[in-house]
Design a protein around this ligand. Structure first.
Ligand SMILES: [Fe+2]
Length: 211
């Protein structure tokens, strides 16, 4: 249940960031779909591990992190048509310093969509209470944490994009999450609907070169 809500929030946050980075409406759509699907591989990870309140052993951590390659395998039939989405699913736990998983890609070798979703993912994880961390960070605290990781764990431009774009997305997520009426869902849909990019500066490759 957490994964479902988390995926929707990451999709919306990724949408706001992709727009802020000046991506085209089609690229924004691919980032949103990648955000929605980024953790699909967790269906092959035991729920007991995902919900474990205590620290994970090294072996357990490796099993949880294998959701990246599991996910890429599940979506392999989409590889030719949607390489961007496959790239986001496989590489959203890479780090720009090359110390991430599963392939240790470095800097711009990590597809831009995966760098965007990595930041949105971390922000949502930090601002949501979990069994192993009962007190969630405030958005301001989470943004500060992301800033500390900019240039090592996270792409600095993506952190900036979240700093600018998070509040509109976060307000929309909060309203949709607390309301049962279709009006709020409609507003959420309007938020993620295609629109013209706000900038035209290229910020990196969206499509991965290999998988
Ligand atoms: Fe993940």
């Amino acid at each position: 249940m957490y994964t479902a809500g988390h995926s929707i929030r990451v999709g919306v946050l990724g949408t706001a960031m992709a727009r802020e980075l000046g991506l085209t409406p089609e690229e924004v759509r691919l980032v949103r779909l990648g955000g929605l699907l980024h953790d699909i591989g967790k269906v092959q990870v035991p729920a007991a591990l995902l919900e474990k309140p205590e620290s994970l052993t090294h072996e357990e951590y490796c099993r949880v992190m294998a959701h990246t390659t599991f996910g890429a395998r599940i979506l392999a039939p989409l590889r030719t048509r949607y390489p961007t989405i496959l790239g986001i699913v496989r590489w959203h736990h890479e780090r720009v310093d090359g110390r991430g998983l599963p392939d240790g890609l470095e800097g711009d070798a990590i597809p831009l969509g995966a760098r965007i979703v990595a930041v949105a993912d971390a922000f949502d994880a930090m601002t949501t209470a979990r069994p192993y961390r009962r007190l969630a960070f405030s958005p301001a605290e989470a943004l500060l944490e992301l800033e500390r990781g900019a240039g090592t764990q996270f792409d600095t431009r993506c952190v900036r994009a979240l700093q600018v774009g998070w509040s509109a997305a976060f307000a929309m997520i909060g309203e949709a999450g607390s309301a049962s009426g279709t009006g709020q869902v409609g507003r959420l849909a309007a938020f993620v609907a295609p629109r013209a990019p706000v900038r035209s500066t290229p910020v990196g490759r969206l499509v991965p070169q290999s998988n």
